[in-house]
Design a protein around this ligand. Sequence first.
Ligand SMILES: [Fe+2]
Length: 178
Amino acid sequence: MGRIAPLFVGPSIAIRWCMYKTKNSISEKVRTQMVDLLQGHLANSLDMASQAKQAHWNVKGPDFIALHELFDKVYEDTASYVDTIAERIVQLGGIAEGTLKAAAKRSQLPEYPPNLSAGHSHVNALATTLANYGEYVRDGIGKSEELGDKATADIFTEVSRGIDKYLWFVEAHLQGER
Ligand SMILES: [Fe+2]
């Protein structure tokens, strides 16, 4: 989709000042770059989770119960990615910036449209967010591998697999007729 913005390059001064010492043998330089990368993904993940809840609460129409439950599953799995990514930041010596205000400033995901109600409009909006989120996660796999942090690349790979599955589950509601 070509929307990857070069936001996750070079750690901010705030991150450099907040790095803890650790006996982890990954160099401080790499840990600092990884923490900056992960902070961006933590913000995206918190935004993704809140958008899934927005859809869960507000969807209406004949597919209500199926979509209401599916959107909650998207939320639950995304919330577990939030936890894994935040804890990886701390493992690498960083401080996880996991408040909603911090996430809102940093998230790269599109804004969820207000005032949606019909099932298909929520399906379309959440599929757009899932696709965007998934693209950034794939970018995270590549950047983690470039920096030699295979454990974080593995986390992003797991997230990518899960999000591709949910994009399928959500988009399938729009693919009944070609
Ligand atoms: Fe609920």
